[in-house]
Design a protein around this ligand. Structure first.
Ligand SMILES: *Cc1c(COP(=O)(O)O)cnc(C)c1O
Length: 406
């Protein structure tokens, strides 16, 4: 039996541009590239001149659109990019981006090595076996590649045990097709007010470095800080920081919010598709989890959990219209949700409400959603999927005096 592959990009019968205009009728994401640039510049200023800024753009730049974000951050002071998967890196290369790209995820097969060698994507190595697979595949290609050794200092995810740093480094030094580009680790608790586990990881990293020095081996470029560690303490910056969340304008934790003035870059908007007035005592949406107390004008909004609005926010969120908060009512459905428009009864089909972002003096952030849905802002941001078209907006942040408070 032959299996016919599904055409990944079927030829649209309707011109693609018109399709895009049609999806603009329902719901969309707006990404403020000016905010991204301003955030990047602030973080850059927060670092010592010798410390490099790697922008982490995995998961389609946390739902913001990796190619556009990569161009913006590279123009604003970042010098390297971090991705989680090989296709994420390839998409950036195909778009013409030439900056160094670190693959944060792991590789295991010669196939993968061929791909990253072709696209000049730099792997993270966590085991001697990975180093050997990588070296062997590169030898066969007659190529060499910068590689990054990952140490586990307490995250218990990827990485060689930090105690084995010297052996690991020596192995890689003996494999000429591997150019040792950095040694790095990752914190598990940098956003926690309890600093003890972070200090243990930091101490383990320092010990590994001391052992390398004691062996007389050259110490490679070092990095360990994510957004939280970057904001927390400059002694964690080393030669490079790997910043994701803060670039997008969110703080990893409330107690880290006083260092910079970050601007959330992503807004989510949707149109009213229908309005009606319900009598008192009427159940709303699946399961009738909301029942009107009185006669209530409601609007249906064309966005739902398949677009990335967590269903856990049902009866727990609000939308903004002309600076006014309107409560969402009833279960959020796959493609639609209902809102109580008692405060704005003039709302009509076609009107645009803001789910995330600003309206007047009001603002709803990914943190507000995360708190109510019992998750983290990272998950909220990368929840916005392809069904929502993404538009770049250009607020001008250049006139804003960027103030760094340290
Ligand atoms: C995702 C990731 C980062 C960025 O983390 P933020 O908290 O978003 O700054 C840095 N390093 C590694 C290894 C990661 O996986």
């Amino acid at each position: 039996m032959t299996v016919k592959p599904i055409d990944p990009q079927p030829t649209p019968r309707w011109p693609a541009r018109r399709l895009e205009q049609l999806s603009y009728q329902r719901a969309w994401v707006e990404v403020d590239q000016g905010a991204i640039a301003a955030n990047t510049r602030q973080i850059r200023q927060f670092l010592a001149p010798s410390c490099e800024l790697m922008a982490v753009v995995k998961a389609d730049a946390y739902g913001h659109g990796a190619v556009a974000i990569a161009s913006t951050v590279l123009g604003a002071g970042a010098t390297a990019l971090g991705v989680a998967t090989i296709p994420e890196g390839v998409r950036l290369r195909e778009a013409g981006i030439t900056a160094p790209i670190l693959l944060l995820g792991s590789i295991h097969s010669p196939d993968e090595v061929q791909a990253i060698a072709h696209w000049q994507i730099q792997p993270s190595l966590s085991t001697p076996k990975q180093a050997l697979i990588c070296a062997e595949a590169l030898d066969r290609l007659g190529q060499s590649l910068p590689v990054h050794l990952k140490l586990d200092t307490g995250m218990s995810r990827l990485g060689a045990p930090w105690q084995t740093a010297v052996e690991f480094l020596q192995l890689v030094h003996g494999l000429p097709s591997l150019q040792l580009a950095s040694l790095y680790s990752h914190f598990a608790t940098a956003d926690s007010p309890d600093r003890a586990p972070l200090q243990q990881q930091h101490a383990a990293f320092e010990q590994a470095i001391a052992q390398i020095q004691a062996e007389g081996l050259p110490v490679p470029k070092l990095h360990i800080a994510n957004s939280a560690a970057t904001l927390l303490d400059s002694s964690l910056h080393y030669d490079q920081v790997r910043v994701g969340l803060a670039l997008y304008g969110l703080y990893p934790a409330p107690h880290l919010g006083d260092r910079l003035s970050l601007y959330p870059a992503l807004s989510v908007k949707a149109r009213v598709t229908h309005v009606t007035t319900l009598p008192a005592g009427q159940g709303v949406s699946y399961g009738h989890r909301y029942v009107t107390q009185r006669e209530t004008p409601i609007a249906v909004v064309g966005i739902g959990y398949a677009d990335g609005v967590p269903r856990a926010l049902s009866n727990q969120m609000e939308v903004l219209y002309r600076g006014q908060r309107l409560p969402q009512i009833g279960a959020i459905t796959m493609d639609q949700m209902m809102i109580d428009i008692s405060a704005m009864p003039q709302l009509a089909p076609g009107d645009v409400v803001t789910l995330l972002g600003r309206s007047g003096s009001e603002q709803i952030t990914a943190d507000d959603w995360a708190d109510r849905a019992n998750t983290i802002s990272w998950e909220i941001l990368c929840g916005f999927k392809d069904r929502l078209p993404r538009f770049a907006v250009a607020a001008d942040w250049s006139s804003n005096q960027v103030t760094v408070r340290s």
